[in-house]
Every structure is written in C-alpha cells, then in structure tokens.
Design a protein around this ligand. Structure first.
Ligand code: ACO
Length: 389
C-alpha cells in the first residue's frame, strides 16, 4: 500500500464585523490602551452580534475552506469542530455545523482541548487520513468567548475575541501536509483558567449566577509562566520529530494569546522576528480559532506559498498544549473546475465528470490503437524491405 499523507488543501475564516477597541474598554474598565497593548499586543477584538453563534461562525469559515479546497461538504469523511464555547452543552455543535453545511450523514464530533483544540484537530484528522479511514476531513476552530466574559473583569475582558477558522485535509501521496505533532496536557493547573459554573460540579442555579460562576476566570500570571515554560519546548519537539531544523521553518504561526509569549517561544527555538506571524493586534485571543485565522491571513498576505513549511504551537485551558509542523501542498485557491463543481448540483456535475472521464478513456483507447497500428505498419514495412533486399 502506498504511504498516505494528510495535505491541507483549503483554508477559510470568519470574524464578526463588530469591533471593540481598547479605547472602548477604557470607558467602562479601569484599564488603558497603553497597558493592554504593551502587556499583550492587542488593540482591538471582534465580537459577535446577537444573532451570531459558534455554529454560524464555524459554518461560515468551513464554507470558505471547502470552496477554496474544491471539496463538496457531502464528500467529507469527517468533521471536527474544536471549541470550548459551543452553542449548547448538548447537542454537540459539530452536528449543527454538519447539518448547516449540508454534509448529509457525515460523521462529526466536537473536540474540547482549550486553545490548542485546532492543532489537536489537525493531529486527529491526520490519523484518520493516514490510516485510510477517510480521504477528506474538515477541521474547524470556532470560539465565542464574549458571551462567557465578565465585561467588568479587566483581567479577562481585555484579552479575548470571537471568530472561526477552518482547514480541509485531503489524502495525498507526496510527503507533505501534517509532518509531525506533539500533544500535551497537565490537569494539575486546571484552576488557572476555568469556567466554574454550569457543569456537573456546579450545575446552574441562582447561587452560581449570583457568584458569577458562569464567567471565565483566569490567573494570568500562572498561565503566562506555564506558557513560556511549555511552548518553546513543544515547538522544538515538533520540528525535531519532522526531521527538520529551525532553519527549515518558513513561517511560525502560533496561538495568538500574548505577543510577549509568542516572542519567547520564537526565541527559544531561534526563529527570527520576520519568520513569526502575529495578528493579535486586530483580533485578540480567539482561542481555538486563532491559529486557523492567522494561517488564512498569512496566505492572503502572501507570507507563505506552496512548498513552504509552517510550524504551529498553542497552549490553553486544561492546561493543554500542542504543536505541529505542516508542509503546504497544492495551492489552496479555488480553481475554475472546482468552482464549477461547487456551483452545480451534484446530479448535474456527476454526469459531466462521468462524460469527461468516459471521453478521456475513449481518447486514450483510440490513441493506444493508433500507436499499435503504426508499430504494426512499421514492422510490416521493415519485413518487406528485408524480404526485397
Ligand atoms: N488594565 C490595567 N491594569 C491591569 C489589567 C488591565 N486590564 N489587568 C491587570 N492589571 C494590573 C494588575 O492588577 C497588576 O496591578 P498591581 O501590580 O497593582 O497588582 C498589574 O496590572 C500587573 O498585573 P500582572 O497580572 O502581573 O500583569 P502581567 O504582566 O502578567 O500581564 C496578562 C497580565 C496580560 C494577563 C498576562 O499575565 C498574560 O497574558 N497571561 C497569559 C494569559 C493568557 O494567555 N490566557 C489565555 C490562555 S488560554 C487561551 O488562550 C484561551
């Protein structure tokens, strides 16, 4: 059996249009643009409007990724939605996204691994593809943290934003795609980033509401310490596992939590500033959505191209961390044929594909026949010349 690789062939993102700037937060919180920017690198964040949910953002990002990959939703083998902020505790948001995409009967699950959820999703998709279980897998990172944020708590309100990003992975036979990954977890630090109410430990009640247990709580200093301890190491491990060195990495696309944390990870492995992609200034920390959103922007800005090698690293609630090294395969831009394929109902496109296949098979047969005839004629001519001579 030929070796199977998990290529990333399409990317998409969605961010809500509403923006809250640091200057807006200055009006309601004891904070300043100067403090937020120098400590985190954030200037603004995008926040949903009342009629937007995690599922709607995830679906929009996924539609863009599917279009750029030229893959129909119903041709997917699996959908993975990485999020810690689903529409409901149950049913899983992944099924809502599957239904909204029209991915009839396609398996879907929600993956909860904090901010590294998207990288956990890539690793999972890679396993499904290399083991021959699926040919096409959609991985989405979507997060709506603004509805779990206490907008009176300056420790968290300044950090997070909403958004979604998605990638389509497809089987390939060239050694590219997800080359390596590292997944890690340390539950001993659970209390440092926690949404204490609403689960089985503290089910929703008047008391949990009164105590504000349905809001995200964070011990920023502890998380900062943890992140600077694990990130560089995880990044180094993924690069080594891919059989590469830091020099082979064309772009480092990290989880956008804090520009100081990103710089510390880059320093640890010796990556120069120009090889580090940072867009936290505009989006804040969008948790599991931050890497795919950043990746889309890096592609849009031409910071990476086919054949380039990209390193991801993330950390978050759990506590968890994950890193991966990915080599970009085919360009992830929609081709005319993929656009046509997506714009036509399958009952129209499938016969076209069949006719094209039948026609090309017929042409190949005719060509082979011509070649056989020419060879036979040449042989007969050679024999006649020999007989005459
Ligand atoms: N505005 C103004 N002052 C503030 C604010 C604020 N928004 N928040 C805290 N302060 C004050 C503190 O009260 C403290 O004052 P004090 O010295 O009088 O006690 C001072 O600023 C310094 O506070 P620190 O917490 O020490 O500031 P630090 O430099 O650690 O920066 C920050 C805080 C930005 C939260 C940092 O610790 C951090 O980024 N941690 C990681 C957080 C993170 O990444 N979380 C998400 C990870 S998981 C995920 O991505 C979903």
């Amino acid at each position: 059996m030929t070796q199977r690789y998990a290529n990333i062939i399409g990317w998409g993102k969605y961010v809500p249009s509403r923006v809250i700037t640091n200057a807006d937060l200055e009006k309601t919180l004891d904070t300043s643009d100067e403090w937020i920017f120098t400590r985190t690198g954030i200037r603004q964040r995008h926040v949903v409007s009342p009629d937007e949910y995690t599922s709607t953002m995830a679906t929009a990002a996924a539609e863009e990724a599917l279009e750029s990959a030229g893959v129909r939703a119903r041709d997917l083998g699996l959908i993975i939605v990485a999020t810690s902020s689903p529409d409901y505790l149950t049913p899983p948001v992944s099924s809502q996204v599957q239904h909204a995409l029209g991915a009839k009967d396609v398996g879907a699950f929600t993956l909860v691994a904090g901010c590294p959820g998207f990288v956990y999703g890539l690793a999972t998709a890679q396993q499904f593809i290399v083991s021959d279980a699926c040919d096409n897998v959609l991985v989405i990172g979507a997060e709506l943290i603004s509805r779990y944020t206490d907008w009176n708590d300056r420790a968290t309100a300044v950090l997070f934003g909403d958004g979604a990003g998605a990638a389509v992975l497809q089987v390939g036979d060239e050694p590219s795609g997800v080359l390596s990954y590292v997944l890690g977890s340390d539950g001993s630090g659970a209390e440092h980033l926690i949404l204490p109410g609403g689960g089985t430990v503290a089910p929703p009640s008047q008391e949990t509401l009164d105590q504000g247990l349905h809001y995200l709580r964070m011990n920023g200093r502890q998380i900062f310490r943890f992140a600077t301890r694990v990130l560089g190491k995880a990044l180094h491990q993924a690069i080594q596992q891919a059989g590469l060195t830091t020099d082979d990495i064309d772009l480092f696309v990290p989880h956008q939590a804090n520009s100081r944390i990103i710089e510390s990870a880059a320093r640890y492995v010796g990556l120069p500033r120009e090889k580090v992609f940072i867009n936290i200034e505009q989006y804040g920390n969008t948790s599991a959505a931050s890497i795919p959103i950043a990746m889309c922007e890096a592609l849009e800005q031409g910071r990476i191209k086919t054949g380039d090698t990209v390193a991801f690293v993330a950390f978050g609630a759990g506590l968890t961390w994950a890193s991966a090294v990915v080599k970009l395969g085919e360009p992830s831009m929609p081709t005319p044929i993929s656009r046509l394929r997506l714009s036509l109902p399958s009952r129209l496109f499938d016969p076209i594909t069949r006719v094209t296949r039948t026609t090309s098979a017929g042409l190949m047969k005719a060509l082979a026949g011509c070649l056989a005839l020419i060879t036979a004629l040449r042989r007969r001519g050679a024999k006649r010349r020999k007989d005459d001579g």
